[in-house]
Design a binder for this molecule. Sequence first.
Ligand code: GLP
Length: 240
Amino acid sequence: MRIIRTKDYQDMSHKAADVMSAQVILKPNSVLGLATGSTPLGMYKKLIEWNREGGLDFSGVTTINLDEYDGLPADNDQSYRYFMRQNLFDHINIKPENNHLPDGLAADPKAECARYDALIAEKGIDMQLLGLGHNGHIGFNEPGDSFVAGTHRVALTESTIQANKRFFASADEVPRHAYTMGIQAIMQAKRILVVVSGQEKAQIVRDALCGPITPAVPASILQLHPNVVLVGDTEALSLI
Ligand code: GLP
């Protein structure tokens, strides 16, 4: 694992955008696995800036997002599709038909998971972006007794509901279930880019990178991936 230590959030965002833009420049028809959450926002801003001013070209790029809340329509402002449009897709020259997320309103969850896995298998992810949940989740792969290979519908843990309630009117409004890409699709990405920021992530960064490989800390599986770049600020990397 390559660890890039940056001085603060801005610096982290810039350096993570450097890595992601290099991927797009080197392979203009890249398939990018993308993530939501607060951490990638600064990186997305940089990519938008470079698309507008520097000609970073997304016209051949395909995106496959990690996850989506169950029960939220695409036009709900808390859905991850809405988040991605607001914070990236609507501001760059990417083709809307090339942006893929799980369908939060799928009538048949099993069929939706199978559809998503088939899509990922067909496209193949070149670079997967990951944030890190406070409990070590990646996507919405929550801590558990075993790693889950495929896309699945998951019950969110109390810790995740509490962490994500800041985006909703109250904790009660946070959906209790979500669809998430499984560990297999994440780990089969050719490259993985992890972004972490802030003191509150320091302990889980340490557990994930230096602790045992265990489904109790889903991100610990990244230790087995041959091509991970982790970009973190001083605070998030303060314990490693
Ligand atoms: C959410 C997302 C994850 C994300 C995590 C961390 O639960 N499903 O993909 O990595 O939150 O978010 P943040 O970057 O806001 O700490």
